[in-house]
Design a protein around this ligand. Structure first.
Ligand SMILES: Nc1ncnc2c1ncn2[C@@H]1O[C@H](COP(=O)(O)OP(=O)(O)OP(=O)(O)O)[C@@H](O)[C@H]1O
Length: 231
C-alpha cells in the first residue's frame, strides 16, 4: 500500500490569548491517501480553518504532528515549509485571492515560477483545460466569479501538488456554478493523483467526495458519527 500523502497524529491546537487559552483542536488524527477527495464539514468554530492553517504549515500545533509525504512539518524549518507550500501544496479560497494587477495567465504563471518549474505552454494548456481558452489576458475584474475560481483552480493544479487545500471554494458562487467548480476540481484531482481536502458548509460538496468528514469540537469524525447528516 502506498504511504499516505498526509498523516495527522494526535493534533492539538490551543491558542494562547493571555488569560485562558482557546482549544481549537483536541487530539485529532487522520490520513489522506494519494488522489483522495475529502469534504470536511462542521459548524462554525469547530476548528476547520485551524486544521487547514496547520496543514499548510502556517501555524504550529501545540501537540501532535503532521507529516506531508512522510516529512514532519515541524522538522522542516520556516524555509522548508515555504518551499513545501510552493511546490507540493495548492490553495483555493472562497474569495479567489487572485492578484488583481496580474492577468489570468500571469496569476497562473507566477505559481509555476514560485514552484521552480514549468513553461508558459503549460499555463496555456491548463487554462484551456479549465475552460478559459481565449481569456488568458483578462484581469480578474474582467472575469465572472466562476471564471475567477477557474483561474484559481488552474493556479493550484498547474504545479501538480500532492495536496490541494480548498477553503469554502464555492462559498461565493451560485449553486450551478459551484457544482461545475466542484466537478472540475474533484475530477481533475482524481485523474492526476492529487489529493483534495475541501472545507465547506455546502452539503452538495459531499456528492463529489470519496470521503466525508465532520469536525466536531476540534475532533475529526467520519460521516457516520457526524452531527448533521445531509440530504
Ligand atoms: N487566532 C486565534 N486566537 C484565539 N482563538 C482562535 C484563533 N483562531 C481561532 N480561534 C478559536 O478556535 C476555534 C476554532 O476556530 P476555527 O476558525 O478553526 O473554526 P472554523 O471551523 O474554521 O469556523 P468557521 O466555519 O466559522 O470558519 C474557535 O473557538 C475560535 O474562536
Amino acid at each position: 500500500m502506498s504511504s499516505p500523502v498526509i498523516r495527522v497524529v494526535d493534533l492539538w491546537k490551543i491558542y494562547e490569548d493571555g488569560t485562558e487559552g482557546s482549544t481549537a483542536l483536541r487530539g485529532t488524527s487522520m490520513e489522506i491517501t494519494r488522489g483522495e477527495v475529502l469534504a470536511l464539514l462542521g459548524k462554525s468554530g469547530s476548528g476547520k480553518t485551524t486544521l487547514l492553517n496547520l496543514l499548510a504549515g502556517l501555524d504550529r500545533p501545540s501537540r501532535g504532528f503532521i507529516e506531508v509525504e512522510g516529512k514532519n512539518l515541524q522538522n522542516l524549518g520556516d524555509k522548508g515549509r515555504t518551499l513545501l507550500r510552493r511546490r507540493r501544496l495548492g490553495f483555493i479560497f472562497q474569495f479567489f485571492n487572485l492578484l488583481p494587477t496580474l492577468t489570468a495567465f500571469e496569476n497562473v504563471y507566477l505559481a509555476l515560477e514560485l514552484a521552480g518549474k514549468g513553461t508558459p505552454a503549460q499555463v496555456f494548456a491548463v487554462l484551456a483545460e479549465v475552460g478559459l481558452k481565449g481569456k488568458e489576458k483578462r484581469y480578474p475584474h474582467e472575469l465572472s466569479g466562476g471564471e475567477q475560481q477557474r483561474v484559481a483552480i488552474a493556479r493550484a493544479i498547474v504545479k501538480e501538488p500532492a495536496l490541494i487545500l480548498a477553503d469554502e471554494p464555492t462559498g461565493n458562487l451560485d449553486t450551478a456554478t459551484g457544482m461545475q467548480i466542484l466537478e472540475l476540481l474533484s475530477s481533475r484531482c482524481r485523474e492526476s493523483g492529487m489529493s483534495l481536502l475541501m472545507v465547506t458548509h455546502t452539503p452538495m460538496a459531499r456528492r463529489f467526495a470519496d470521503r466525508v468528514l465532520h469536525m466536531v469540537d476540534g475532533v475529526i469524525r467520519p460521516e457516520a458519527d457526524g452531527e448533521e447528516p445531509g440530504p
